[in-house]
Structures are given as C-alpha cells and as structure tokens.
Ligand binder design. Structure first.
Ligand code: GAL
Length: 988
C-alpha cells in the first residue's frame, strides 16, 4: 500500500471529468488477489442504463430509491461497453483524439452513460468489518453514488478503483449509481491504438474486509541461482503468518526465509501454494521464486539470459470488446503456449488482473504496461501540450503507474514494468520511473518512445529493420549526441517491443529476425504486433456474420482496418502468421545432414532440458511414409546440441524424393496441451526430387480443324491459342500469364507513407490491367507455340510470353512458358509470375504433394513442410478480415483438382516446383472486396500456378520484404505437365 499522490489541484476549477488530478474518494492502490476466506459479492449482471449526449446527464433522480426514476431506461450487461449494446457506436482511431486537442478539456459532445443497479447483500454477509466496492475497469471517467451518497470520482480506465462503503450499505435495496463519461482528461492519457469503448467493462465487486484483515501485502520471492534457494519475505500491513506447507515454512510476516526451491520461469511455472494468515483473513498465495536482473548488459532471470518469444496482447473479444471473460483469457494463453510463445506485453494497459494469475500458472513472461499513451500530441508542433511534459499532470501519471504496480506486484510472471506507450518524452515519465524503482527495485523499467532512454533499463525499438537490429546486436549502433546517454544506451539489453506487424497476410521476415535474436546475446527477442485482430462482429441484412473495422460504424475520422493486425482472427482462429511464428521460435532446432548420416538437435530452451519431449522420425518417399521410429535424445542442457546418427534408411525404398522428418512432441500432458502436441520439427532431404522425366515420344502433332486446334488429348482456340479442353475436361479459361495479386495489407504499406507502398508501384505500372496480345499461333510437327505480348494498359514495358505446348505419348500435355521482359521494370518487382487457369466449379477438392498444410509465401514459409495434403478449395482460403491475396502453397511437385466423383486435372511441376493457389473468385474480385462477405463463389475455380511470388514483409507498419524475397522481373522459363483424371482413376 502506498500513499496517493498529493493533488496540487492546478485544474481545480474544471469539472471532475476534465480535471486530471486524482480526486479524493477512491482508496489507495493495493494488490489484487483472487482467493481468500473473506466474503465477496459480484455486482456484475444486468443494470439499468440511460445514455445522454453530454456530460451533464439528465438529472440525479436515479440516485435514490424511487424505481420510477429508471422506468424508461434500458438494460445493459455489466461488465460491458454501451456502444456494443445498441447505444451509440464504437469508433476506431490509431492516433487521433476524437475531440479537439485542448488538454485537459474535452468537447461538449461527451456521451454519458448513467448506470444503476439495486442489490441486496447476501444473507450471510457479515455484519461487522468494512466493505469495499471495487471497480476493475471503467472507461473513461466515473462518478459513483451508493444509496444517494456520493462516493467519489475517478479516471484511469484500465485500473482498479475502490471505495469504502460499509457505512452506507443496507441489508436490502442498495442503490448503486454510476455515471460514466466517454471523454475526460484521462482520455488524453489513453490514446492507445484501439477502439474507443466507453463503459463499466470490468468486474464490479463488493469485498468484505473483516476486522484485522490486511489492506495489502507484498510477496518478495527471489531465487538465488548460486545456491538453488528461494528467499521469501511477505510484507503485510497487519501482523500475520506466512505458510508454505510444501516448503515447511511457517513465518511471521516481514520475516525472511531461505529454503531450497524449484524456481519459477515461463518454462517451469512452479508455484508453491501458501497462505497469508492474519487475524481477520486468510489469503491464498501462489509463490513463484525468481529473480530478474540486468547484469553485464543482459536481462537475466535466475542467472540466465532469457529470450522473449513474445506477442503484444490487448484484452479483446469481437462481441464484447475489452470486456473479456476468464475462459477467453485462458484461451488466449493456451493458444500462445501451444504456439511456442513465451511472453506477453500487455499492450498498452494493465490487462484484466486474472490474466496475470493465468500467466503465473501457465508460464509466460509478462511486461506489464501502464495505462498511458499520449500519441495524438505527436501532431502538435514539438508535441506541444503533451501531458508527460507538463508537471501539472504528474499526480495523474504517478497515480496510474501506482495503480498498476500495486495491483500486480505479487505476480511472478511480471518481470518488467512498462511505463506506457508512445508518449514522446517528458519529465513526467522520469517521475513515474523514479516512483517505480523506489517501490519495486526487483523489476526493470521499460519505456520505448524516447530514443535517449533516460528512464528505461532496456533499449527498446519498434519495427526496426533487420539491419538496424543487427547493428544493435553487434553493438555498433550509431551513437547518440550526448555521450552520457549514449553510454547508458550502449549498456542496455535490447528488445523489439513491437515488430513483425501481423496485419493481414504475413508478417514476412520473422525467421530473419529470429536468426539475429539467436546470434547476438544483446538481442533478447521481441513481441510481434499483435496477438488478435480487433474486428467487431457485424451481420449483413440477411444474417451473415463478418467483422467490422474502422469506418464501419459511421466514424467521421478513422484508421480503417489498421485495427486488424493480429496473429489470430477476431474469433481466435490462428492465422498462417501464427503457425509461421510457432515454427520460427520453436525452442528445439532439428537439422540434418543426410549425406553425413547425422542429424543435430539443439536445445533452445532457457532453463529446461528436453525430457518433457518425445522424439520420433518418419522417412517418406514422394510423400509416402515408408518407415517411422522413436529417436532417443540424450539429456541436453539449455543451449547444448547433440549430433546423432540417422536411423538406417529403409532398405527397399522405391526411387523418388526421400525425406527425413523429425518431430518433437510433448511426452506428457501439460496444463496447456495434451501429450503428443508437436512443439518442434525438422525436415531434411535424403534423396532429392528426381528431375522430371523428359517427354516420351512420339509427340503429338497439332492439327487445325476450323475454329479448333487439336494437340493429342487437348483442344485449343485457333485464334488465341488458349487451351479449351483436356481429354474432354472443359476449362473455363486456359492457362495464361498472370502477374497480379490482390495487394495484401503489407503490400499497401503504411497509410501515412503513401510513397513507400509497393501496391502503388504496382498500380502505377498497371499490373492490375494487363492486356494480352496474341502475335502468333504456330503449329510445328511436335508442338504448338503461342507467342504473345503481355503489357499494362497505357504503358510500354511488356512481358513477351511464349507458350510452348506438347503432348507426350502418355496422354499428358506439357507447357513451357518463357517470359522476356522489355522496357523498364527496374523499380517494379512482380507480385507473382505464373499462369492462371479456370476450372469448372465442381473441381472443389485439392490434393498436392508439396509445402503445407498451410499458406506460405517466400518470406513466410518456415512452417511449410513437404508432404501430401488434401483440402477443399474453400478450406485453402485464409479469411483475412479485409480480403487480400492469401492461400498459396509452396514447393508443389504435383497437384490435383478434382470433383466429388474423382475426375479432374492433375498438374505436375517441371524443373522447379510451383506455388499453388485455388479460389472461387478471381484476384480482381478479391481485391475489390472490403469484407469477407463481399466474396461470393462464382462458377469457376481459379487456379494460379506460380513460378515465383514476391515476399510479404511487414510494411503495413515496418520494413518491406528483404531484397532476397523480391520477385524481380527478368527472363524466366518454367513449365508444367497436365493430365486429365478420369472419374474412376486415382492420380498420385
Ligand atoms: C505502434 C503502436 C501500436 C500500434 C502499432 C501499429 O506504434 O505502439 O499501438 O499502433 O504501432 O499497429
């Protein structure tokens, strides 16, 4: 417990909601605990509600007992946001304040929700002691009355506020009234990039405080890695005993004990159940022993450098906004653990407190971040008016950081305090940091947005390109002007507090970052931006569900779908980006050298060995499993590697592409996944894919017959030279060059940096309106050759494209495509290079041998492994909230698209495997769609067979794809072999 900052009341003349200075009324900040023997009573539920457009509300008749006062009110679920329950609308801006900037004043337009709830005390509610009324989160300013008496006011949306209410409570018929203003002085401090969502959105609880119960306690549980001992001391404002039976501990509060323990870490979340026993209350403790230090320029826990494999997480649910229930919180964390994520930054405010309890239990490192962002001041010259640089705001700033630290100080998972996000610079931040260091010297302090880092124990960046990260890793970053500050920054460990912007398709380049993190000890990992797409549930008039984003709710000012930039879709379906991240950060690396007969296993954990994993191997030829077995892996300490002999290859293996795949799976059930869950894998080649057999002759001779050209089993259009049928199978469109893709969010770049967008380059080069001119259709004895010029409307560069068709003696049709660019393509990489064809809608099943099972692109293909896969065309799609290019499968050796009766088309790769994409709409339709429901299946399955794809990058808020992932326009040649599959025949 700590004293509240003393208000200097510089803004005393303003109404309470415009006065940032913390008002008297709420109790001092203190810790939050989930379980004790003191009575508690939830006031969550259905409340009476009325919305008015201005802060005055419409009178105070509702404060009293008269039920008539709310006779014409609506009902509202609490916790909840009124804008998501039919009263007003949510609004999304990334940076912009939704009122004129004139701190601390807001506008007259200030939606105000009056909430009222009548309640009885439970019959068992003790008559003695005190009772506290707690609000865990109210956005953004509240005034509270109980039984007609005002309790006080508060701001600080994502922070708890408590009032002593015992003297006002009745056994029955209590009237709790809460007036909530959407805008307040606090809104200036809450300019996080997210929906503006007013309301009582976290729990409201009555807590009985028996006589002799503590107000607060502080668990200090360090781990001495040199002796293996835990050091425990529990501070408490009333005397009591601290019991930890498993450790045989029975201590007085304030007393310190040293005992051998198993330490807590994100990998081994060892918690010792205990109790704090005082005269008035028994409080359940869950003690995790761990020590966080910055030593030798590294962040260490329990004496070891740790590597964050993190995500930025908001509290979010597509139906209820930031009102999130326990099951959803657990779902988030379980999903993270299953995807090898070991850290969460609670961007950009303290989460629901129960989330941190779950992090303690499941094992995740947490950077707990203050409810503070003043980003909108970046648009004022020199950040004029920025509250963190105006000392009149200091009481509000300190109040915020106190409420976080006091609330969450007993969580072992919290290893770093973050002051807030994107507030520029200012002395207020230093005041906050000083308070934190004094109150809790056991955890480092983080703040990113001041390049000098005067207040941060960590050198932290957002979206830094790979080259900059590498320079920092090598400790050769350009110096700061001030040598003292430079020396300080040089002494700090480094984190990418946000990177790899996961908006839409992507992020690309994750593996390249991870290599750096695993190479340079100073680089202690990063936090992908971000965990979840904040799409809000909407329905079409005919009842189809989709997710809305900025601009879908009538906002005057908004930032579109920039709010949908997560690794999971709004309904928490993992995106391919999450699967890629899982592979990139896997804590075990499995590589092989088939020629040398060995495989190597490296333990990338920070603390644990590998005995929680079971290893198996599979030997496949052309994707068919020939042999499988267990792999004994000797104990490996963190960071160690071992080279093991490969099992003998199966003796009677048929010829073909042979692969070893090694899996590391959980050997036993854990709290977050059952035994058998795959943690890591490696795949390597035993025998490479044989070169495709040359065509077996004699080759068929093309023949012209009126409007039809025949070549072996195929017919072509005489004039265009386009394939029309293959062995009776009608094509909606024969293969033709295609270079267009529906720009991804990363292609579209940062909306505030229009020139950097590759999608604009593509548009300027007319890639969305290419024209195909047929220059010649040539018949030779053994081939049909179609010469074309493919070029954008209005411009002169061109891709001279020649299609050479042959038909071999096995009834297959072969196509070789050669592309020769002319004109200036130097500034225009191609989105894709390949052919597109159209098949009848019935061909809705895909089977392939190649990369899978999920989507991948050149810089997002770590998670793609070679195998045989099957999926419907519908299931090949990734339903990004804003439709865009998606669904490619890499390294395809062959693919079949078939109807329910088994008939269809088989496509085999030429020299080089291809990228397969199939969808029920064209890329142009995909591009035109703004929401998933804009896409409706047509009568064609459109198939792209690509020789190359441009990388994805993360330029929606970060770097473009690295040069090695660019698809530069240059001379190219690629080919395919097509076979019709009869309904009764099976390919493969
Ligand atoms: C960062 C910011 C995040 C989010 C992200 C882009 O600058 O901290 O809150 O806006 O960019 O999605």
């Amino acid at each position: 417990m700590h004293d509240r900052p003393q208000a200097e009341a510089p803004f005393a003349a303003l109404p309470y909601y415009e006065n940032p200075t913390p008002a008297p009324g709420p109790l001092p900040a203190r810790s939050w605990w989930a379980t004790s023997d003191a009575a508690r009573h939830s006031l969550n539920g259905t409340w009476d509600f009325r919305l008015t457009p201005t802060a005055d509300g419409t009178g105070t008749a509702f404060l009293g007992d008269d039920p008539a006062a709310t006779a014409d009110w609506d009902q509202l679920a609490v916790p909840g946001h009124w804008v998501l329950q039919g009263h007003g609308n949510p609004a999304y801006t990334g940076v912009a304040y939704l009122f004129p900037v004139d701190p601390p004043r807001v506008s007259d337009e200030n939606p105000t929700g009056d909430h009222r709830r009548v309640f009885d005390l439970p019959e068992t509610w003790p008559a003695d002691g005190e009772t506290v009324l707690r609000f865990d989160g109210v956005d953004s300013a509240a005034r509270v009355w109980l039984n007609g008496e005002e309790l006080g006011t508060f701001q600080g949306s994502r922070l708890p506020h408590e009032f002593a209410v015992g003297h006002l409570l009745r056994r029955t018929g209590n009237v709790l009234a809460v007036r909530v203003h959407q805008w307040s002085a606090g809104s200036y401090l809450e300019d996080q990039d997210m929906w503006w969502l007013p309301g009582i959105f976290r729990d409201v609880t009555l807590l009985h405080r028996p006589a002799g119960a503590p107000t607060d306690h502080f668990v200090h549980a360090d781990y001495d890695h040199t002796t293996g001992e835990g050091v425990l001391r529990v501070e408490c404002d009333v005397p009591g005993r601290v019991l930890v039976p498993e450790l045989g501990l029975d201590l007085a509060t304030g007393e310190q004990a040293r005992v051998p323990v198993q330490p807590w870490s994100a990998e081994t979340p060892r918690l010792y159940p205990g109790e704090l026993v005082t005269a008035g209350e028994r409080i359940a403790l869950r003690v995790g022993f761990r020590t966080v230090r910055i030593e030798d320029g590294l962040l260490k826990v329990n004496g070891r450098r740790i590597l964050f494999r993190g995500v930025n997480r908001h509290d979010f649910h597509p139906d209820t906004g930031r009102a999130v229930d326990l099951a959803t919180m657990r779902e988030d964390l379980v999903l993270m653990k299953r995807h090898n994520i070991n850290a969460v930054r609670t961007s950009h405010y303290p989460p629901h407190p129960a989330l941190l309890d779950l992090c303690d239990e499941l094992g995740l490192w947490v950077i707990d971040e203050g409810d503070l962002e003043t980003h909108g001041f970046c648009w004022m010259p020199g950040w004029a008016g920025n509250p963190v640089a105006d000392e009149r705001w200091n009481p509000a700033l300190v109040d915020r950081v106190q409420r976080m630290v006091e609330r969450d100080k007993n969580r072992p998972s919290v290893v770093i305090w973050s002051l807030g996000n994107e507030c520029g610079r200012g002395a207020g931040l230093s005041t906050m940091a000083a308070w934190v260091r004094d109150r809790d010297p056991s955890r480092p302090v983080h703040y990113e947005n001041d390049a000098d880092y005067p207040d941060s124990d960590i050198y932290s960046r957002m979206y830094a390109p790979h080259a900059e990260v590498e320079a920092i890793g090598r400790r050769v970053e350009p110096p700061l002007a001030d040598p003292t500050l430079d020396a300080h920054r040089r002494s700090l460990p480094f984190l990418q507090i946000e990177y790899a912007h996961a908006m839409g398709n992507g992020p690309g380049g994750l593996a390249d970052y991870q290599r750096l993190f695993e190479t340079y000890e100073r680089l202690q990992g990063g936090f992908v931006w971000e965990w979840i797409d904040h799409g809000l549930t909407k329905h079409t008039p005919d009842g189809r569900r989709y997710y809305g984003y900025g601009g879908d709710f009538g906002e005057e000012v908004h930032d579109g779908n920039f709010v949908c930039d997560g690794l999971v879709l709004p309904d928490r379906t993992p995106t391919p980006g999450l699967l890629e991240y899982k592979k990139v950060i896997e804590p075990v690396r499995i590589t092989g050298n088939a020629a040398g007969g060995t495989l190597t296993i490296r333990n990338g954990h920070d603390f644990t060995g590998l005995d929680h994993l079971a290893f198996t191997w599979v030997h496949t030829v052309d994707g068919r499993e020939l042999a499988t077995g267990d792999l004994a892996v000797p104990p490996l300490a963190p960071g160690e590697l071992v080279e093991l002999p490969l099992p003998p290859a199966p003796a009677d293996a048929p010829p073909g592409e042979a692969l070893w795949t090694v899996h590391a799976r959980l050997a036993r059930d854990t709290a977050w996944a059952p035994a058998g869950h795959e943690v890591a894998w490696g795949q390597f080649t035993a025998a490479p894919r044989p070169a495709p057999a040359p065509a077996r002759g004699p080759l068929a001779t093309p023949r012209r017959d009126g409007a039809v050209l025949t070549l072996g089993p195929a017919t072509f259009d005489t004039r265009t030279g386009r394939l029309t049928t293959l062995a009776g199978l009608p094509l909606a469109e024969g293969p033709r060059l295609d270079v267009f893709r529906a720009p991804t969010d990363n292609d579209r770049g940062m909306h505030w940096e229009k020139d950097a967008q590759i999608s604009v380059v593509w548009e300027k080069h007319g890639l969305h309106r290419m024209r195909h001119r047929v220059d010649a259709v040539e018949l030779a004895a053994d081939a049909l050759t179609v010469r074309t010029r493919v070029a954008p409307l209005s411009l002169d560069p061109a891709l001279h494209t020649v299609y050479r068709w042959t038909a071999d003696a096995e009834g297959a049709l072969r196509l070789t495509v050669t592309v020769e660019p002319t004109g200036d393509w130097s500034s225009c990489p191609l989105p894709r290079l390949g052919v597109r064809l159209g098949l009848p809608a019935a061909f809705g099943r895909a089977t392939w041998y190649g990369g899978g099972p999920d989507e991948s692109y050149p810089d997002t293909r770590e998670a793609s492994r070679l195998g045989r896969y099957a999926a419907t065309v519908d299931a090949l799609q990734t339903h990004y909230v804003r439709p865009q290019e998606n669904g490619a499968r890499s390294d395809v050796r062959w693919a079949e698209l078939t109807a329910d009766d088994g008939g269809g088309l088989r496509i085999e790769a030429g020299e080089r495997p291809f990228w397969l994409t199939a969808r029920r709409w064209t890329s142009e339709q995909l591009d035109a769609a703004e929401h998933t429901v804009d896409l409706t299946p047509g009568d064609t399955v459109w198939v792209n067979l690509d020789h190359g794809q441009h990388g994805i990058g993360s330029q929606s808020c970060g770097p473009a794809p690295l040069p090695q992932y660019h698809l530069t326009a240059g001379p190219a040649e690629f080919g395919f072999r097509f076979l019709a599959i009869d309904a009764d025949r099976h390919g493969g």
